[in-house]
Write a protein that binds this ligand. Structure first.
Ligand code: GUN
Ligand code: ZN
Length: 412
């Protein structure tokens, strides 16, 4: 194939996104807990063996590819059957996918939706909805379903992997987390969850688990922190919590588009990187409005510029500003390392599995034709334009394991 005049780059990695939430992107006006109750739990609750689940999932994978993403870590919903359909579509898509059924044994869809807004995630009884399973049976069902899915899909074609996916602290009992940790070890599978995204969320977790010194301590005591644990957001952590992540080899997924959208805050990447905690990027769709990791890279850079201007984070001696190369590393080789996949993907090297994208540099150049050279032709200037000027519009073709999975329609 002749790709003269094009750029060839490693496929991008999205370390955190929610498949059923794609239709709910851009629903603005609320912070995390209100947004979950109003916009997300009703949609995820309906993501249940409906005839539209399969075409919805198929579209989601096509959209990831269109944006240049070749590897993604994905949450589905609490429903086993529709998660199974998502895995079937992941298999057909040809992509590299880590995915799992959302686990919640507290404050699940119905528990939250039946409560008044004032106490949906806060105080109040923790009983299940009347007439439903006892807490013990509820936990057992969740564990059995997730184990069944892991057994069926983890390691399929060396391309699909299972992630036990306890949603976040407010929705998980210590017993659920312990079981998730046990199963992840048993199958060498992943765990993915959210950590310290929003200040109210942190308050709910500390109130429900007074024996724990911090949100991170709650996860640590429950045994879910380890080298295959992917932790989304990680904004409201103190130094001791970051030390726990370093000690347990947990991985952080930075989701700046989502963090801005839900007014969650700005993650202190320097504090984490200074402790050698690996970082990948996540679109966090549907809180992040786009599946484009190009857009996520841009917002990671802007987040760092704002944090610097307002001195938001603790002083670190070797503090450095984030660079275009730095965010691109998180989106590619650094992200692959965080996901434990750098032996097969993340860079263009002999022996890896040829996950790459072909991009048209003219699509993001401000100047047309021969004038385009005035904008600079170094690798650095091409990369900066892809990140700051909508790289998703420059993606022409996408390959995973050397197979072409996406080709853009020709532009006139
Ligand atoms: N915390 C718990 N669930 C979610 C979710 O679906 N999206 C985000 N951004 N944060 C969460
Ligand atoms: Zn999320």
């Amino acid at each position: 194939m002749d790709y003269r005049g094009r750029l060839i780059l490693p496929g991008l990695i999205d370390g955190h996104c929610h498949l059923p939430q794609y239709a709910a992107t851009a629903k603005d006006g609320l912070e995390l807990l209100g947004w979950l109750k109003t916009n997300i739990f009703p949609l995820e609750r309906s993501f249940h063996s409906a005839p539209w689940v399969r075409p919805y999932a198929r579209h989601f994978f096509q959209e990831l590819l269109r944006n240049g993403t070749t590897t993604a870590a994905i949450y589905t919903s609490i429903w086993k059957d529709s998660t199974d359909i998502c895995f079937e579509e992941a298999l057909k898509s040809g992509m590299r996918v880590i995915m799992g059924q959302v686990m919640m044994d507290r404050l699940s869809y119905d528990d939250v939706l039946r409560r008044p807004a004032s106490q949906s995630f806060g105080d109040g009884d923790r009983d299940s909805v009347p007439g439903r399973l006892s807490p013990w049976d509820r936990l057992k069902k969740i564990i059995q379903e997730s184990e069944g899915l892991c057994h069926k899909w983890h390691g399929k074609e060396n391309r699909l992997f299972y992630a036990f996916s306890p949603r976040f602290g407010p929705s998980c009992s210590p017993a659920l987390l312990r079981q998730a940790g046990r199963l992840a070890k048993k199958y060498s599978a992943y765990i993915q969850t959210h950590l310290a995204e929003n200040r109210q969320e942190v308050g709910v977790v500390l109130k429900a688990n007074p024996q724990c010194r911090s949100y991170t301590d709650f996860y640590h005591q429950s045994g879910i922190l380890g080298p295959k644990t992917l932790l989304g957001h990680c904004i409201w952590l103190d130094g001791r919590e970051m030390d726990i992540l370093n000690k347990t080899a947990g991985k952080v997924i930075h989701c700046p588009t989502s963090n801005f959208f839900l007014s969650s805050g700005i993650m202190d990447w320097n504090g984490l990187a200074g402790r050698n905690i690996p970082i990948a990027l996540g679109s966090d769709v549907g809180a992040g409005p786009e599946l484009s990791i190009w857009a996520v890279m841009k917002q990671a850079l802007y987040a760092d510029k704002i944090a610097g201007a307002y001195h938001l984070h603790e002083k670190v001696d070797n503090k450095r500003p984030l660079t275009v190369q730095g965010v691109f590393y998180w989106a590619t080789l650094g992200g692959a390392k965080a996901l434990g996949m750098d032996n097969v993907t993340g860079s263009l090297e002999p022996g890896k599995q040829a996950d790459f994208i072909v991009a048209d540099p003219l699509a993001v150049n401000p100047m047309p034709g021969r004038l385009s050279r005035l904008a600079g032709r170094s690798a650095q200037s091409h990369l900066a334009r892809l990140i700051y000027r909508g790289g998703e519009n420059a993606v022409c073709s996408v390959f995973v394991k050397g197979r072409k999975l996406f080709e853009a329609a020709p532009k006139n």
